[in-house]
Write a protein of this length. Structure first.
Length: 94
């Protein structure tokens, strides 16, 4: 899994995954953006199969803590891709 600038339009919420912000940054890199409107953090990523997806927090009052486990949302173009994303994240040690 790697960061991407490919178009992620059409992705929708399909799964969640629990890990810390710090671990995501360590394994994937810095978030694609830090906004604070509906999400504080968003990673646009590409799976090893080339599927695009997003990992993000959703409608929190405060940004998730750097070292506390958080239930991140996964947006993808199908539930099948969402399952692949979760499997890849687990394989990465997250």
């Amino acid at each position: 899994m790697k960061l991407t600038d490919k178009d992620t339009s059409g992705c929708y919420f399909v799964a969640t995954f629990k890990t810390t912000f710090a671990k995501l940054v360590e394994k994937i890199g810095k978030p694609s953006y830090y906004d604070g409107d509906k999400s504080f953090y968003l990673w646009c990523v590409e799976t090893k199969d080339g599927d695009v997806c997003c990992i993000y927090d959703w409608k929190e009052m405060f940004a998730p803590s750097k070292n506390m486990p958080y239930e991140w949302h996964i947006g993808a173009k199908s539930e099948e891709v969402g399952k692949k994303v979760v499997a890849e994240l687990k394989a990465m040690g997250l």
